[in-house]
Write a protein that binds this ligand. Structure first.
Ligand code: HEC
Ligand code: HEC
Ligand code: HEC
Ligand code: HEC
Ligand code: HEC
Ligand code: HEC
Ligand code: HEC
Length: 402
């Protein structure tokens, strides 16, 4: 009797196992490589991480990082394509944005004379749409930025920031892509050219930009499902303070155009960023640093940073979209500013007027010097970015709050 049951159980288990294997299919153990890094390791994409890190994946896909570059699909192109709202005038050309079937195009013609009309497809979107979206187009294997960008604060099309208002297309090189994609393979290793391997591009700032290419990690854990300790993956929480900051500073410390070794994509988390690149305007005083894209430069000039072990993770959870979560950030300030002598010295009444919003007085938004847009009714207007120089500012600099 007992033996019969054991045999039955054995067959039942064997059946379940076979079914599982059949469902997994031949590709289960070997994730498809999206691109190959210079050392031969492969990127497999966040879709692969989902099966074992479902929680992180779920919030990651809601972040500005994940959405900062993408192929156009339903809902992620924010600009308008209906005939009333789809035009922008450049100095010497007019631009129209049109939808045809599932594709979207930019049509550009000169305002005077009868130069040629050009029609280019929107192939890649840059920007999650917090402050703007730019659009890139393939011409064979060459990548160009289109002249029209979308500007959410005014809900209209504008000329691409910093873009000459002419019928010129800006070639997109590694120096532009490096902060908005996880990885790209430029046919010219130095990154000076704009010819790419189209199917070796990993869009978005995805898991593997911060955690290194993870093909081996996935293969190992799929083959060893019972092992709970991590293998073949960088442990970011064991890094030094500077190494942790470098993970973010590769994209948040200015253009870093001075390449010292490899190319724009060579640096890997856990390494020392200053051995790979430096900012060509080292030497500019702290006061002249631009708010756009240089959070590290500004933060490191703050008393908070100098007098504590603070890093970006002291206030930000890299896996979550925390934009506008005022209370979350105020709590972070209060983690250090607890004792009476470390508390705010401003009048209690003015603090209350602002509902204790430390950030609106000590980290207000400032106009960017380098990122400006041209709006029809105002002319040249700066894009506002939050300063990371935490300091005491006069009331006229405080952010307007509702
Ligand atoms: C087949 C399962 C599996 C897949 C797929 C998987 N992981 Fe993991 N991962 C694990 C296990 C198990 C651990 C160790 C336990 C834990 O930390 O959750 C781990 C841990 C980690 C850690 C933490 C390391 C540490 O301790 O600091 C990171 C980071 C990580 N994985 C990244 C990724 C990324 C990125 C992907 C997708 C490219 C991925 N994992 C896909 C199983 C997997
Ligand atoms: C050194 C890194 C870096 C480079 C290079 C870079 N960007 Fe950015 N970009 C950022 C950061 C960081 C932000 C958002 C925060 C800020 O403004 O500081 C941003 C914001 C944007 C936004 C607005 C996104 C949004 O949703 O708010 C657009 C559009 C954009 N960049 C396009 C470009 C284009 C096009 C290029 C190349 C010509 C480029 N960027 C080069 C780092 C970079
Ligand atoms: C912008 C960079 C960045 C991105 C993108 C990112 N991570 Fe992380 N991740 C970090 C940092 C930094 C830490 C370490 C936090 C700490 O110091 O404890 C971390 C920690 C982890 C851990 C271990 C601790 C924990 O929170 O569970 C896992 C697992 C992990 N990440 C998985 C992922 C996966 C999977 C994705 C994509 C779905 C992803 N990460 C995307 C930066 C990033
Ligand atoms: C590969 C480049 C890259 C890396 C690495 C990177 N970022 Fe970013 N980050 C960006 C870009 C680009 C944006 C603008 C995204 C957009 O809106 O399109 C951004 C936006 C942000 C934002 C604003 C999010 C929002 O909701 O608007 C925060 C906060 C941020 N990054 C923090 C970090 C931290 C912390 C790290 C390190 C753990 C990090 N970033 C690593 C490129 C990067
Ligand atoms: C990791 C700890 C830490 C966090 C988090 C932190 N601070 Fe600080 N902060 C400090 C330290 C330490 C000082 C220096 C105090 C001193 O000079 O003795 C400081 C100084 C300051 C000063 C004085 C600046 C000056 O130039 O005199 C202000 C204002 C301030 N912090 C505001 C904030 C705000 C607002 C936040 C949240 C957005 C914040 N801090 C988050 C540790 C922190
Ligand atoms: C003391 C807390 C604190 C630290 C440390 C900190 N940040 Fe922030 N950061 C903030 C707050 C607060 C905001 C505004 C968030 C909001 O309201 O959406 C912000 C916003 C941002 C933005 C969006 C800026 C904009 O205007 O769109 C970026 C990018 C960013 N942080 C990157 C970083 C990076 C990179 C580091 C590390 C070098 C860092 N932060 C360290 C508090 C901090
Ligand atoms: C209404 C704007 C406003 C708000 C809100 C505000 N502060 Fe202040 N804070 C100030 C001003 C102004 C000073 C300078 C006061 C003085 O020296 O007379 C100051 C001073 C400080 C100092 C320096 C104290 C010293 O010892 O010199 C710290 C630290 C600080 N604030 C932290 C915070 C924190 C943390 C919060 C949120 C809980 C906060 N502040 C909210 C305006 C503000």
């Amino acid at each position: 009797m007992v033996r019969q049951k054991v045999t039955l159980l054995f067959f039942a288990l064997a059946f379940v196992w076979c079914c599982q294997q059949a469902l997994k299919g031949p590709e289960y153990y070997d994730p498809a490589a999206l691109a190959t890094f210079f050392d031969g390791s492969d990127f497999v994409g966040s879709g692969t991480c989902r099966e074992c890190h479902a929680d992180v994946y779920k919030t990651h896909v809601e972040t500005a990082h994940y959405g900062t570059s993408a192929y156009p699909e339903d809902g992620n192109l924010l600009g308008r394509f209906n005939p009333d709202d789809n035009k922008v005038l450049l100095e010497n050309a007019e631009v129209e944005l049109v939808r045809e079937g599932h594709s979207h195009y930019q049509v550009i013609r000169p305002r005077a004379g009868d130069g040629p009309m050009e029609k280019e497809r929107i192939d890649i979107i840059i920007g999650s749409g917090v402050k703007g979206q730019s659009h890139l187009s393939w011409s064979e294997d060459q990548l160009f930025q289109l002249q029209a960008s979308y500007y959410p604060p005014a809900d209209c099309w504008i000329n691409s920031p910093g873009f000459p208002s002419q019928m010129l297309r800006r070639p997109i090189r590694d120096g532009c892509l490096k902060c908005h994609v996880t990885f790209a393979t430029n046919k010219d290793f130095s990154g000076q050219g704009n010819r790419y391997e189209k199917d070796e591009m990993v869009l978005g700032v995805d898991c593997e930009r911060c955690h290194r290419p993870a093909g081996d990690h996935v293969r190992f854990h799929r083959n060893n499902p019972d092992l709970e300790s991590p293998h073949f993956i960088m442990k970011l929480d064991t890094l030094s303070r500077q190494q942790k900051i470098d993970v973010c500073a590769q994209c948040h410390s200015g253009p870093r155009a001075g390449i010292l070794q490899g190319n724009s994509f060579s640096f890997l988390s856990g390494e020392t960023l200053s051995e790979y690149s430096r900012n060509f305007h080292t030497g500019v005083s702290d006061a002249e640093l631009d708010v756009h894209g240089n959070q590290y430069g500004l933060l490191s000039s703050s008393a908070c940073f100098v007098n504590s072990e603070m890093d970006c993770g002291s206030c930000h959870d890299p896996h979550k979209n925390e934009r506008g979560l005022r209370a979350t950030f105020v709590d972070k300030c209060k983690q250090c500013h607890v004792s009476p002598d470390a508390e705010c010295k401003a009048d209690a009444s003015i603090q209350q007027e602002r509902k204790g919003n430390c950030v609106s007085c000590h980290m207000p938004n400032f106009p960017s010097q380098t990122m400006t847009v041209r709006l029809d009714h105002i002319g040249e207007a700066p894009v506002m970015v939050r300063t990371h120089r935490i300091a005491i500012y006069p009331p006229e600099k405080w952010e307007k709050i509702d």
